[in-house]
Structure formats: C-alpha cells, structure tokens
Ligand binder design. Structure first.
Ligand SMILES: *[C@@H]1O[C@H](CO)[C@@H](O)[C@H](O)[C@H]1NC(C)=O
Ligand SMILES: *[C@@H]1O[C@H](CO)[C@@H](O)[C@H](O)[C@H]1NC(C)=O
Ligand SMILES: *[C@@H]1O[C@H](CO)[C@@H](O)[C@H](O)[C@H]1NC(C)=O
Ligand SMILES: *[C@@H]1O[C@H](CO)[C@@H](O)[C@H](O)[C@H]1NC(C)=O
Ligand SMILES: *[C@@H]1O[C@H](CO)[C@@H](O)[C@H](O)[C@H]1NC(C)=O
Ligand SMILES: *[C@@H]1O[C@H](CO)[C@@H](O)[C@H](O)[C@H]1NC(C)=O
Ligand SMILES: *[C@@H]1O[C@H](CO)[C@@H](O)[C@H](O)[C@H]1NC(C)=O
Ligand SMILES: *[C@@H]1O[C@H](CO)[C@@H](O)[C@H](O)[C@H]1NC(C)=O
Length: 456
C-alpha cells in the first residue's frame, strides 16, 4: 500500500537554515505534513488547508506563539510537537484547531499551562503533556476539552493540583500522573470525572487519601498508587469503587489495615500491599472483597497471622506473605474455609512451628505451601514433609516449587553425618533415594523418641 503514496516536497523557506516541511499525500484525501528543524517563525509562515496530520521533528519552537498555528481553515486532526524544545505556549495558541483530536507535547520544557492555553480544542480526545516541567495545574485548565479521553501528565513536577483543575473532564477515561511531586489530593478533585477507568498516581508523595476523593468514580477499574507516602488507610476508603479490579498500594508506609478498609470493592481481583509497614491486621481487614484473587502482603512487618483475617475473601487464590516477621501462623477459630486458595506463601518469616494439618484442612484446594527461609528444625520439617507427601498439596521452598529443593533443605537441617554416610553408599543425585532417606530418618527419629520417652 505504501507504494500507492505519492510523495512531493514543498520547500518554502531558505535552504541555509535547512528548515523544511514534506507533504505526504495518500490516494484518499488525507495528507500528512512532516516539518523538520523548523522554528516558530517558520511555522507562522506555513499555510495548510488539507493537512490532517502535522508532525514536527527536531523543531526549535521555544515559544509557541498564537500566530504559529493560525491556520484558517484547517482540518488538522493530529498535531505532534513532542521534543520540540518548547518552553512556553502563548494563550490561545491552539484556538484555530477546532477539529484537532490528538495533541502531543511530550518532552518539552513547559513549566506552565493555564486556562487559556487550550482554548478552542473542543474536539480533543488525547492530550500528552508528559515529560515537561509543569508545577501547577490551575483550576479550569482543561475545561475547553470537554471530550478528552486520555490525559498524560507523567513526569512533570506537579506539586499543586488545584481543586478544580480537572473540571469538566467528565468523559476522561485515562489519567496519568506518575512521577510528579503530588503530596495531597483534594477530596473533590475527581468529583465530575465519572467516566474514569484508570488512574496512575505512582511515584508521588501522597500522604493521605480522603475517602471522598473517590466517591463518584464508580467506573474506575485500575488504580495505581505504588511508591507514595501513605501512612494510613481508614475504614471505607474505597467504598464507592464498585467496579475496581486492580488496586496497587505497594511501597507506601501503611502500618495497619483497619476493619472494613476495603469494604465496597466487590469486583476487586488484585490487591497489592507489598513493601509497606503493615504490622496489624484484623479479623475484618479484608471484609467485602468478594472477588479477590490475589493478595500481596510481601515485605511487611506482620508478626502474627491468622486465617481469620481472610474472612470475606471467598475467591482468594493466592496469598504472598514472603519477608514478614511471622512467628505465629494460626489456622483461625471461626471455621472460615478458603475453598479456592491454591498458593500460600509464608517463606522468609520467623516460623518455628505451625499446625500445618489444620491449615491444610482449612485450605482444601491448596496446591503449593511455600515455607523456605523459616526457623524450622529438623524434627518439625520431616513430619511436615511426610504429611504433604501423602496429600495433594506440595510443600515448596520457594516460588519455583522444585521438589528437590525441600530435600536439600532437609539435608541442611537434619543430621548431615548420617546423610553423608548414607550418601557414600549410593548415588548422591538420586532424589528417590533422598526421599527414602527422609522416611527412614523419620522412622529412626520416632523410634528414638519413643525409646527415650519409655525411659523417662
Ligand atoms: C536538522 O538539523 C540538524 C542539525 O541541527 C542537521 O544535522 C539535520 O541535517 C537537519 N535536518 C534536515 C532535514 O535538514
Ligand atoms: C489552500 O488554500 C489556499 C487559500 O487559502 C488556496 O489558494 C490553495 O489552493 C489551497 N490549497 C489546496 C491544496 O487546497
Ligand atoms: C463545567 O463544569 C461545571 C461544574 O460541573 C458546570 O457547571 C459547567 O456547566 C460545565 N461547563 C461546560 C461547558 O460543560
Ligand atoms: C519512588 O518515587 C521516587 C520519587 O517520588 C523515585 O525517586 C523513586 O525512584 C521511586 N522508586 C521506585 C522503586 O520506583
Ligand atoms: C513502621 O511502623 C512502626 C510502628 O509500627 C513505626 O515505629 C515505624 O517508624 C514505621 N516505619 C516506617 C518506615 O514508617
Ligand atoms: C487428589 O486429587 C485427585 C484429583 O485431582 C483426587 O481424585 C484425589 O482424591 C485427591 N486425593 C486426596 C488425598 O485428596
Ligand atoms: C529441580 O532442581 C534440580 C537441581 O537443582 C534440577 O536438576 C531440576 O531440573 C529441577 N527441576 C525442575 C522441574 O525445574
Ligand atoms: C557432609 O558433607 C558436606 C559436603 O557435602 C561437608 O561440608 C560436611 O562437612 C559433611 N559433614 C560431615 C559430618 O561429614
């Protein structure tokens, strides 16, 4: 199809500055204009009327004046001014681009936008302002763009979101605010953004969330708040987010999960709370998470864990608790059975003992119990291995769940002299042999135990 394109070049200005625009026409009536190395002054002399797409490459626009894009008439749909060394946009600079749908201003040096910057862009659907140096988003700044669907503000220096900065973005679906300096979010800032599906707020410094902030976002599906400074969650923070599927709160400083914290999130499937400072969980911490599949509690400060904390999560499939300080792993008193839990990860904790039989009873679908890096002794580990050898679940050292690893762990924890001796008489690689050894050792251990017992 490319061969059908005819190519002709319009060189308007002098060749010494090597500024030029190349027009590409297609058999259909669309036309693309690619401008290379042009300045604002050059843009001001440009006349276009059939162009659909205007792309600026290696441009030096410095200040985008209101005369630079003063094309009348025009039918421009896409304007690409990324990496165009732009420092400033004059008021009303886009006011003639009434049909524009996509405006790309990424990777410039813009420090400011205001309520007059985007006047006229009433058909705009996508606005990319990422990778600039914007510090403040004033009230009504995006107001002219009633149909905006995607707004990318990643990698700016935004620290101040005025309470009405997102006014009139009632069709916005995708909001990107990653890698800024945002510390607080006004409770009413998203009030009219009822179409929002995804919010990215990662790598900011948000300390607190008001439950009111999300009160109207009942179409939100993904919310990413990783790497902020959240210390507290209150009860019913997210109560209105009835369509949320993925909530990511990793790398914050959250210290406890109060009862009913996530109540209302009926469709949530993924909850990421890893790398926080969580030490306290409660019986109703996860109440209301009817659809939860995956719970990430990696690298927190949990010392005691009870299955009772997981009441109200009937669909839970996987729980990750690696790298906490769990000493007590309790199977719970409330008889809650987690029918669907398949993978239970408590590796790298402080467990010496737990009632694995009772735990397994409460987790009838368990496939992998991951226990490496705890404080087990040989006399605890071997019976546990023996137990899991007889049921449908696998005892694993780590996520890889390689069955040979658990025998290596047993070798390390148990009587190595005995092991070395026996190994000498056999093939050191044979895992079946290893396994028989474990069984045999178990037998010796219990005989020994009974023997000692009968004499005490
Ligand atoms: C654009 O400018 C750069 C240097 O400023 C030059 O190397 C390049 O050839 C120019 N491109 C065109 C198409 O003139
Ligand atoms: C563009 O518009 C000018 C007048 O504004 C007209 O003279 C010219 O023929 C038009 N060019 C095309 C390719 O339509
Ligand atoms: C913008 O939003 C405000 C507050 O919701 C509303 O009063 C106003 O009518 C809206 N303006 C337009 C042009 O939709
Ligand atoms: C977390 O965010 C800070 C900026 O707030 C950034 O410097 C840091 O690299 C981020 N950490 C990760 C792991 O992304
Ligand atoms: C973690 O929580 C403890 C109290 O539970 C507190 O003393 C400590 O400062 C917190 N650490 C961080 C990094 O927030
Ligand atoms: C193991 O699972 C199979 C089917 O997957 C089932 O038939 C069998 O009864 C289970 N055995 C035990 C001990 O649960
Ligand atoms: C398990 O580990 C052993 C040795 O570390 C390796 O030879 C074997 O291929 C692994 N098995 C699987 C299924 O990865
Ligand atoms: C058992 O074997 C390991 C190496 O395989 C060795 O480091 C250790 O000293 C041996 N232990 C005894 C008691 O011989």
């Amino acid at each position: 199809m490319e061969l059908w394109f005819t190519l002709f070049i319009i060189v308007i200005s002098s060749t010494q500055t090597r500024q030029c625009c190349t027009s590409k026409k297609t058999p259909g009536s669309t036309e693309q204009l690619v401008c290379v190395n042009v300045t604002t002054h050059y843009m001001e002399s440009l006349r276009i009327n059939r162009t659909d797409k205007l792309v600026c490459q290696g441009c030096h626009l410095n200040t985008l004046t209101s005369a630079a894009l003063n094309f009348t008439p025009n039918r421009l749909h896409l304007l690409y001014l990324s990496s165009a060394q732009m420092h400033r946009i004059e008021d009303n600079a886009f006011s003639k681009l009434v049909q524009l749908k996509k405006l790309l201003l990424r990777k410039n040096h813009l420090t400011e936008v205001n309520e007059k910057t985007f006047i006229g862009l009433r058909m705009l659907i996508q606005l990319d302002l990422s990778n600039n140096m914007i510090e403040i988003l004033p009230d009504d700044v995006f107001k002219p763009m009633l149909y905006l669907d995607l707004l990318n503000l990643n990698e700016n220096l935004i620290r101040d979101l005025r309470p009405r900065c997102f006014n009139n973005l009632s069709y916005l679906k995708y909001l990107y605010l990653n890698n800024n300096d945002i510390e607080s979010v006004d409770p009413y800032i998203f009030k009219y953004m009822t179409s929002l599906k995804i919010i990215y707020l990662e790598n900011n410094r948000i300390k607190e969330l008001s439950p009111l902030a999300f009160a109207n976002l009942n179409n939100l599906v993904f919310m990413y708040l990783n790497n902020n400074s959240l210390e507290r969650l209150s009860d019913y923070n997210f109560v209105k987010l009835t369509n949320l599927v993925d909530l990511q709160l990793r790398m914050n400083s959250i210290s406890s999960i109060p009862a009913s914290c996530f109540n209302g999130l009926r469709k949530l499937k993924y909850l990421y709370l890893g790398d926080n400072n969580i030490s306290r969980l409660e019986v109703h911490s996860f109440t209301g998470l009817d659809s939860l599949n995956v719970l990430d509690l990696l690298h927190n400060e949990i010392r005691e864990f009870s299955l009772d904390y997981l009441g109200g999560t009937p669909e839970l499939n996987v729980i990750w608790m690696e790298g906490n300080a769990i000493r007590v792993l309790d199977s719970g008193d409330f008889g809650a059975v987690l029918q669907n839990l398949k993978s239970f990860d408590v590796q790298m904790n402080q467990l010496e003992w737990f009632n694995y039989k009772l735990l397994h009873k409460k987790l009838p679908s368990l496939k992998n119990l991951i226990v490496g890096g705890n404080l087990f002794k040989c006399e605890f580990l071997l019976p546990m291995m023996d137990y899991f050898d007889g049921v449908n679940a696998t005892l694993c050292v780590d996520y890889g769940c390689n069955e040979t690893d658990i025998y290596e762990l047993a070798d390390t924890l148990c009587n190595t002299a005995f092991y070395n001796e026996s190994i000498d008489s056999g093939d050191s690689g044979a895992q079946t042999f290893n396994f028989l050894l474990v069984k045999f050792y178990l037998f010796v251990y219990f005989v020994d135990f009974c023997f000692a017992f009968s004499f005490s």
